[in-house]
Design a protein around this ligand. Structure first.
Ligand code: FES
Ligand code: MG
Length: 591
């Protein structure tokens, strides 16, 4: 005889308990006005929301949660909304990335400690999506992601402006006198017209698309603007679907397979996605024990052309992407070209191929929640006429300057700098560079390689987005548009330039970046995937012996925990002790 799910469900260890314990678990819940029928063994669904006014990209998630809740009730579940921390990219110092792992820990522990059978994860801003996926993967209860959707396209004087990407452009225009302070102030408001996350293909849009590519988010869900009523429709559909996922025991460990990650890596190449996705996917893979390496990104992406014409690599924004068909259009194109594992299972219970090809409804609703039937091939290009040819996306470099790897986003770089030899000018911090960047007598020319170090996971700490430092003012004024920069930190997903990122190991743990001197020749050869310091081994050995680790700056608190446990960028910058799936066994009784 099979077990009755109504009595065997995880939540029944709380709500189905006899005696004093059961009374405690139920009685206080009833203080919220729920009738006793909610304890009858129906699936209890957590709605984890990272809504916060301190994370503006997530501020509207409380409304999204209402739509999810409606869906859960409709499908016969019992929804319970709870807050998680939010890592807002724009305000948090020294960097939101410092707190991604903390948020992931919190998500994991809150799910496990509570009477939940499944969970809907509401995220938006950059780190909130990977943090939630990491946490949920380590608990492995059925989970579906709902990202909050992008802002509407920015509009400034008749022109589309992209969040993030235009901040860099406006900054340069201000420095070169093409814009005044007043115009910049006005443009700020034009760039952020609505709720939602950045509407460029920055990290937030990238991670929303990759959550969908991994199979963790409903088809078509990534692209709906935050304020589009269909955002709420897809959220409601997710609420309905999670109840079915609980019945089917469709857990992240069944969805997040090696094949799912291979799909995500290839989709990241096709959408011209953020370099930050490399770190986040490595970290999520570590939670489910999938052996994904930095080198996989280069190898898997080589066959994939960039199809999506969005800033910062192209010209359009997420609203256009949505109307052009959104991620389903991209997936259909890649599936058609044999570039994805079509049999990969997703949160719908169907495969990624079943979700994204043919005309089957993909959410369980009678009306399709997905793509526009009349796609714009200039926004989402075809495989036979792509925006950029295969092999021009994120490249992974090796060499004596980055023994454990480094990445560069070729589509955001200048073609003439992809092979370059120039003298290093070394800065021990981004601040040290900014102090002199506007000095008219700065000893830097366009061939110089700007090296920014101590911006890695342990060194900063938190691996901030400081790698794409603006060019020196005197060179900008002379018309120089790009220079090679090398850093152990990250770059904003909305940024551009010939910037080598994520150099591992970082300088603060004694990586070769720590040994570079001013004037040393740095040789970048992206076609051959190398980054070298043209200094002989004997000299580097001598410098290494003389190197002293920087003093530990954090004696306690979270920053101490972080610096003691964070792994290097090529491992996803997760905490070593958070790798793996710790399951969802019901903890011991609390009283
Ligand atoms: Fe939140 Fe860009 S700052 S998504
Ligand atoms: Mg960012």
């Amino acid at each position: 005889m099979t077990e009755d799910p109504r009595t065997s469900r995880r939540s029944q260890a709380w709500f189905g308990a006899q005696g004093r314990s059961g009374m405690v678990y139920r009685s206080w819940m009833r203080s919220q006005g729920f009738g006793h029928e909610v304890f009858d063994g129906r699936p209890v669904i957590g709605i984890a929301t990272s809504a916060s006014e301190l994370a503006p990209c997530n501020a509207h998630l409380t409304r999204v949660a209402e739509a999810v809740k409606r869906g859960v009730w409709q499908a016969g579940g019992f929804p319970l909304q709870f807050p998680t921390m939010a890592t807002g990219e724009t305000l948090m110092r020294p960097t939101a990335m410092l707190y991604r792992n903390l948020m992931a820990m919190e998500v994991e522990e809150l799910i496990r400690a509570n009477p939940l059978d499944g969970v809907v994860l509401l995220s938006g801003c950059d780190k909130t999506t990977p943090a939630m996926l990491m946490g949920a993967a380590s608990v492995d209860l059925p989970a579906v992601m709902v990202t909050g959707g992008p802002m509407l396209n920015g509009k400034y004087r008749g022109q589309d402006v992209g969040s993030g990407t235009h901040v860099w452009k406006f900054e340069e225009d201000l420095k070169t006198g093409r814009m005044t302070e007043e115009e910049c102030f006005f443009a700020e408001g034009c760039m952020a017209r609505s709720n939602g996350h950045c509407m460029t293909m920055g990290t937030a849009s990238t991670m929303a698309c990759l959550a969908e590519a991994l199979g963790m988010q409903l088809p078509g869900s990534a692209a709906w603007p935050a304020v589009d009523s269909r955002r709420m429709e897809t959220a409601q559909a997710a609420g309905q679907r999670i109840v079915g996922m609980v019945e089917e025991e469709l857990r992240p460990s069944r969805i997040l397979t090696r094949e799912a990650f291979e799909n995500a890596v290839r989709v990241n190449a096709a959408i011209g996605g953020s370099t930050n996705a490399v770190i986040h996917l490595l970290a999520i893979a570590g939670r489910v024990g999938v052996d994904l390496s930095l080198w996989d990104f280069d190898e898997l992406a080589r066959a994939v052309p960039t199809l999506v014409n969005l800033m910062p690599s192209g010209k359009y924004l997420m609203e256009d992407f949505c109307y052009a068909g959104g991620l389903p259009a991209v997936l259909a194109e890649l599936l058609g070209g044999g570039l994805l594992h079509g049999s990969q299972i997703t949160v719908t219970g169907r495969t990624i191929a079943e979700n994204n090809t043919g005309s089957t409804d993909n959410t369980g609703n009678t009306e399709r929640v997905g793509s526009d039937p009349d796609p714009d091939f200039d926004v989402i290009t075809r495989l036979d006429a792509p925006l950029q040819p295969a092999g021009t996306g994120i490249a992974v470099l090796r060499g004596n300057l980055c023994p454990d790897g480094a990445v560069i986003k070729q589509s955001a770089a200048s073609p003439h700098l992809l092979t370059h030899r120039g003298p290093a000018r070394v800065f021990d911090s981004p601040e040290a560079y900014h102090e002199v960047a506007d000095d008219p007598d700065l000893d830097i020319d366009e061939n110089t390689v700007i090296v920014i170090r101590n911006a890695g996971p342990k060194g900063y700490p938190g691996m901030p987005e400081v790698a794409n430092v603006p060019l020196p003012a005197k060179l900008l004024k002379a018309g120089v548009k790009d220079m090679v920069r090398v850093c152990d930190g990250r770059m904003s997903g909305t940024g551009y330039g010939t910037v080598v990122l994520h150099v591992a190991p970082e300088a603060a743990v004694g990586g070769p970046l720590a040994l570079v001197h001013d004037g040393d020749p740095v040789v970048l050869d992206v076609p051959h995937r190398t980054l070298r310091l043209d200094v002989d081994d004997a000299e580097l050995t001598r410098r290494r012996r003389a190197w002293r680790a920087p003093a530990e700056r954090h004696a306690g608190g979270y920053a101490w925990l972080y610096t003691q446990n964070v792994e290097q960028a090529d491992r996803g910058a997760d905490f070593g002790f958070l790798r793996g799936n710790r399951g969802h066994e019901v903890p011991r009784d609390s009283h």
